[in-house]
Design a protein around this ligand. Structure first.
Ligand code: G3P
Length: 220
């Protein structure tokens, strides 16, 4: 399973990259709005240079024609750009055009298997299915994800599924259990994935026991 980081925060990206477990990054306008003192292009370029893998940058236009123009400009920012396109008729028109130009796309704001299927048909490189936001409205997020994974397998779609809007480590585990290609994870969730109290207790114990061993070796 590939793990992407869902953030536009360079410090978070640098830390996670240094841990050697990040395959890519996803951003959106909300995540960019949290970063102060950068121009969009400067920050996007810095993220693209920091990450050895795909980086999703989102368009903000409404019409397919404008999305395509925006996407072409975003694509010039680096070799690892993936253009994020909101789901919809205009969005899928843009995805089809971009896919024929070889520009990679990530169809975002996908909340149902039928939407995922249409995005794959349009030639999306990735589709992002939002788990947390489905949970928020008491929908069966994992049914949506599992059905989409199954549909893509049935027809060998090359489009990869990203489990997005992840709120806790179990979202990642459940997505992995059904064979989702990718989970895009906020930094705070990634940190939680490391933690287990028994690991901490175990490390402390090994340290103490080793000290004891060294002390007794000195005496002998
Ligand atoms: O990047 C898209 C998605 O992961 C956003 O998640 O937490 O805003 O629902 P959230």
């Amino acid at each position: 399973m590939k793990i992407f980081l869902d953030t536009a925060d360079l410090n978070e990206i640098r830390k996670a990259v240094s841990w050697g477990i990040i395959d890519g990054v996803t951003t959106n306008p909300t995540l960019f709005s949290k970063q102060k003192g950068f121009s969009f292009e400067d920050l996007a370029r810095e993220i693209l240079n920091t990450v050895d893998g795909p980086v999703s940058l989102e368009v903000v236009s409404d019409l397919a024609e404008d999305m395509v123009k925006e996407a072409r400009n975003l694509n010039k920012l680096g070799d690892n750009v993936v253009v994020k396109i909101p789901f919809g008729k205009e969005g899928l028109k843009a995805v089809r055009a971009l896919s024929s130009e070889g520009i990679k796309t990530n169809v975002t704001l996908v909340f149902s298997p039928s939407q995922a299927l249409l995005a794959a048909k349009a030639g999306a490189t990735y589709v992002s299915i939002f788990l947390g936001r489905l949970d928020d409205i008491s929908n069966e997020a994992f049914k949506v994800l599992a059905d989409s994974v199954e549909i893509f397998r049935n027809y060998d779609f090359r489009t990869e599924i990203i489990a997005a809007s992840i709120r806790h480590p179990m979202h990642v585990v459940q997505a992995a259990l059904i064979g989702t290609d990718i989970a895009t994870v906020p930094f705070a969730v990634l940190e939680k994935m490391f933690k287990h109290p028994l690991t901490d207790v175990g490390i402390e114990r090994f340290k103490k026991d080793w000290e004891q061993f060294l002390q007794s070796a000195k005496k002998d």
